[in-house]
Design a protein around this ligand. Sequence first.
Ligand SMILES: Cc1cc2nc3c(=O)[nH]c(=O)nc-3n(C[C@H](O)[C@H](O)[C@H](O)COP(=O)(O)O)c2cc1C
Length: 182
Amino acid sequence: MEPLRIAVVVGSTRRGRVGDGIGRWAAEVVGRRQAVEVRLVDLVDFEFPPSYPEQPTPAMRRFAAHVAWADGFVVVTPEYNRSFPASLKQAIDYAYDEWHAKAAAFVSYGYRSAGVIAVEQLRTVFTELHVMTTRDGVAINLLDDGPLESEHHRQAATAMLDQLIWWAAALRAARRAHPYVS
Ligand SMILES: Cc1cc2nc3c(=O)[nH]c(=O)nc-3n(C[C@H](O)[C@H](O)[C@H](O)COP(=O)(O)O)c2cc1C
Protein backbone atom coordinates (compact mmCIF):
# COMPACT_ATOMS: atom_id res chain seq x y z
CA MET A 1 0.00 0.00 0.00
CA GLU A 2 1.19 3.51 -0.72
CA PRO A 3 2.39 4.99 2.58
CA LEU A 4 0.20 7.54 4.26
CA ARG A 5 2.00 10.85 4.58
CA ILE A 6 1.90 12.44 8.02
CA ALA A 7 3.48 15.83 8.74
CA VAL A 8 4.34 16.60 12.36
CA VAL A 9 4.15 20.39 12.68
CA VAL A 10 6.07 21.90 15.60
CA GLY A 11 4.25 25.10 16.51
CA SER A 12 6.52 26.82 19.05
CA THR A 13 9.50 28.81 17.83
CA ARG A 14 10.28 30.29 21.26
CA ARG A 15 13.93 30.45 22.27
CA GLY A 16 14.48 27.84 24.95
CA ARG A 17 11.31 26.01 23.91
CA VAL A 18 10.50 22.46 24.93
CA GLY A 19 8.44 21.96 21.77
CA ASP A 20 11.34 20.69 19.67
CA GLY A 21 11.87 17.67 21.93
CA ILE A 22 8.14 16.94 22.05
CA GLY A 23 7.97 17.27 18.25
CA ARG A 24 10.83 14.80 17.76
CA TRP A 25 9.10 12.37 20.13
CA ALA A 26 5.81 12.73 18.24
CA ALA A 27 7.57 12.11 14.90
CA GLU A 28 9.25 9.02 16.31
CA VAL A 29 5.93 7.64 17.59
CA VAL A 30 4.26 8.26 14.20
CA GLY A 31 7.24 6.66 12.45
CA ARG A 32 6.70 3.39 14.36
CA ARG A 33 3.42 2.85 12.46
CA GLN A 34 3.36 0.58 9.43
CA ALA A 35 2.85 2.14 5.99
CA VAL A 36 3.32 5.70 7.20
CA GLU A 37 5.85 8.23 5.96
CA VAL A 38 6.54 10.97 8.47
CA ARG A 39 7.96 14.42 7.90
CA LEU A 40 8.95 16.79 10.71
CA VAL A 41 7.94 20.35 9.84
CA ASP A 42 9.49 22.61 12.47
CA LEU A 43 8.37 26.23 12.13
CA VAL A 44 11.69 27.44 13.48
CA ASP A 45 13.19 26.39 10.11
CA PHE A 46 11.15 28.95 8.14
CA GLU A 47 12.00 32.62 7.79
CA PHE A 48 8.47 33.94 7.50
CA PRO A 49 7.87 37.61 6.71
CA PRO A 50 7.06 40.03 9.58
CA SER A 51 3.76 40.99 7.96
CA TYR A 52 1.49 39.15 5.53
CA PRO A 53 2.83 40.09 2.07
CA GLU A 54 0.89 40.64 -1.13
CA GLN A 55 2.70 37.73 -2.78
CA PRO A 56 3.86 34.55 -1.00
CA THR A 57 7.54 34.43 -0.11
CA PRO A 58 9.70 31.33 -0.74
CA ALA A 59 9.35 30.33 2.93
CA MET A 60 5.56 30.61 2.73
CA ARG A 61 5.53 28.49 -0.44
CA ARG A 62 7.82 25.92 1.17
CA PHE A 63 5.48 25.60 4.14
CA ALA A 64 2.41 25.32 1.89
CA ALA A 65 4.21 22.59 -0.11
CA HIS A 66 4.63 20.53 3.08
CA VAL A 67 0.90 20.93 3.76
CA ALA A 68 0.12 19.87 0.18
CA TRP A 69 2.39 16.82 0.54
CA ALA A 70 0.68 15.49 3.67
CA ASP A 71 -2.45 13.38 4.01
CA GLY A 72 -2.64 14.12 7.72
CA PHE A 73 -1.04 16.21 10.44
CA VAL A 74 0.07 15.93 14.02
CA VAL A 75 0.11 19.48 15.30
CA VAL A 76 2.40 19.92 18.30
CA THR A 77 1.26 22.95 20.25
CA PRO A 78 1.96 24.59 23.58
CA GLU A 79 -0.58 26.72 25.36
CA TYR A 80 0.13 30.43 25.66
CA ASN A 81 -2.47 32.44 27.61
CA ARG A 82 -5.19 29.84 26.98
CA SER A 83 -4.49 29.70 23.25
CA PHE A 84 -1.92 28.43 20.77
CA PRO A 85 1.18 30.47 19.83
CA ALA A 86 1.15 33.18 17.18
CA SER A 87 3.92 31.36 15.29
CA LEU A 88 1.53 28.49 14.62
CA LYS A 89 -1.35 30.68 13.47
CA GLN A 90 0.99 32.60 11.19
CA ALA A 91 2.01 29.39 9.42
CA ILE A 92 -1.47 27.85 9.28
CA ASP A 93 -2.71 30.94 7.44
CA TYR A 94 -0.10 30.52 4.68
CA ALA A 95 -1.93 27.55 3.14
CA TYR A 96 -5.58 27.17 2.19
CA ASP A 97 -6.59 24.60 -0.43
CA GLU A 98 -3.59 22.52 0.64
CA TRP A 99 -5.32 21.80 3.98
CA HIS A 100 -8.67 20.80 2.53
CA ALA A 101 -10.26 17.39 3.22
CA LYS A 102 -7.37 16.18 5.37
CA ALA A 103 -7.10 15.08 9.01
CA ALA A 104 -5.29 16.55 12.00
CA ALA A 105 -4.52 15.38 15.54
CA PHE A 106 -2.95 17.31 18.39
CA VAL A 107 -0.09 16.79 20.79
CA SER A 108 -0.51 19.61 23.27
CA TYR A 109 1.43 20.63 26.32
CA GLY A 110 1.53 23.30 28.97
CA TYR A 111 1.09 23.75 32.66
CA ARG A 112 -1.96 22.32 34.39
CA SER A 113 -4.35 22.47 31.45
CA ALA A 114 -1.81 20.47 29.34
CA GLY A 115 -2.64 22.59 26.29
CA VAL A 116 -6.21 21.40 25.87
CA ILE A 117 -7.64 24.94 25.73
CA ALA A 118 -5.24 25.73 22.88
CA VAL A 119 -6.41 22.58 21.10
CA GLU A 120 -10.08 23.56 21.31
CA GLN A 121 -9.20 26.86 19.64
CA LEU A 122 -7.21 25.07 16.94
CA ARG A 123 -10.22 22.90 16.17
CA THR A 124 -12.15 26.06 15.29
CA VAL A 125 -9.34 27.25 12.99
CA PHE A 126 -9.14 23.89 11.26
CA THR A 127 -12.89 23.75 10.74
CA GLU A 128 -12.53 26.84 8.57
CA LEU A 129 -9.83 25.02 6.60
CA HIS A 130 -11.98 21.91 6.02
CA VAL A 131 -9.72 19.78 8.21
CA MET A 132 -11.19 16.90 10.21
CA THR A 133 -9.76 16.80 13.74
CA THR A 134 -9.52 13.67 15.89
CA ARG A 135 -11.41 13.37 19.14
CA ASP A 136 -8.38 12.09 21.03
CA GLY A 137 -4.94 13.58 21.36
CA VAL A 138 -1.91 13.57 23.62
CA ALA A 139 -2.08 16.24 26.33
CA ILE A 140 1.11 16.70 28.32
CA ASN A 141 1.15 18.41 31.71
CA LEU A 142 4.72 19.67 31.90
CA LEU A 143 4.51 20.10 35.67
CA ASP A 144 3.31 16.61 36.62
CA ASP A 145 3.44 14.10 33.79
CA GLY A 146 7.02 12.82 33.96
CA PRO A 147 8.76 11.28 30.93
CA LEU A 148 7.21 11.38 27.46
CA GLU A 149 7.62 7.62 27.08
CA SER A 150 5.16 6.88 29.90
CA GLU A 151 2.37 4.31 29.61
CA HIS A 152 -0.15 7.14 29.89
CA HIS A 153 1.29 9.03 26.88
CA ARG A 154 1.82 5.83 24.91
CA GLN A 155 -1.85 4.86 25.27
CA ALA A 156 -2.98 8.37 24.38
CA ALA A 157 -0.73 8.37 21.30
CA THR A 158 -2.08 4.98 20.21
CA ALA A 159 -5.70 6.15 20.35
CA MET A 160 -4.84 9.42 18.61
CA LEU A 161 -2.90 7.74 15.78
CA ASP A 162 -5.54 5.04 15.26
CA GLN A 163 -8.06 7.81 14.63
CA LEU A 164 -5.72 10.02 12.61
CA ILE A 165 -4.65 7.21 10.30
CA TRP A 166 -8.26 6.08 9.79
CA TRP A 167 -9.37 9.59 8.83
CA ALA A 168 -6.31 10.41 6.76
CA ALA A 169 -6.64 7.19 4.73
CA ALA A 170 -10.40 7.61 4.29
CA LEU A 171 -10.03 11.21 3.18
CA ARG A 172 -7.17 10.40 0.81
CA ALA A 173 -9.35 7.77 -0.87
CA ALA A 174 -12.26 10.21 -1.02
CA ARG A 175 -10.14 13.02 -2.50
CA ARG A 176 -8.93 10.67 -5.18
CA ALA A 177 -12.42 9.40 -5.96
CA HIS A 178 -14.10 12.83 -6.17
CA PRO A 179 -12.86 16.41 -6.17
CA TYR A 180 -13.56 17.98 -2.77
CA VAL A 181 -16.65 20.21 -2.66
CA SER A 182 -15.25 23.37 -1.01
C1 LIG B 1 3.58 33.62 26.94
C2 LIG B 1 3.28 32.33 27.65
C3 LIG B 1 2.00 32.07 28.10
C4 LIG B 1 1.69 30.87 28.73
N1 LIG B 1 0.39 30.61 29.08
C5 LIG B 1 0.06 29.37 29.52
C6 LIG B 1 -1.31 29.02 29.72
O1 LIG B 1 -2.22 29.80 29.51
N2 LIG B 1 -1.60 27.78 30.14
C7 LIG B 1 -0.61 26.84 30.38
O2 LIG B 1 -0.94 25.72 30.76
N3 LIG B 1 0.70 27.15 30.20
C8 LIG B 1 1.04 28.39 29.78
N4 LIG B 1 2.36 28.70 29.55
C9 LIG B 1 3.38 27.68 29.82
C10 LIG B 1 3.82 27.02 28.52
O3 LIG B 1 2.85 26.13 28.01
C11 LIG B 1 5.15 26.32 28.72
O4 LIG B 1 6.10 27.32 29.09
C12 LIG B 1 5.65 25.60 27.49
O5 LIG B 1 6.96 25.13 27.73
C13 LIG B 1 5.69 26.52 26.28
O6 LIG B 1 6.04 25.79 25.13
P1 LIG B 1 7.47 25.99 24.42
O7 LIG B 1 8.51 25.83 25.52
O8 LIG B 1 7.58 24.89 23.41
O9 LIG B 1 7.45 27.35 23.81
C14 LIG B 1 2.70 29.91 28.95
C15 LIG B 1 4.02 30.19 28.52
C16 LIG B 1 4.29 31.37 27.87
C17 LIG B 1 5.70 31.61 27.36
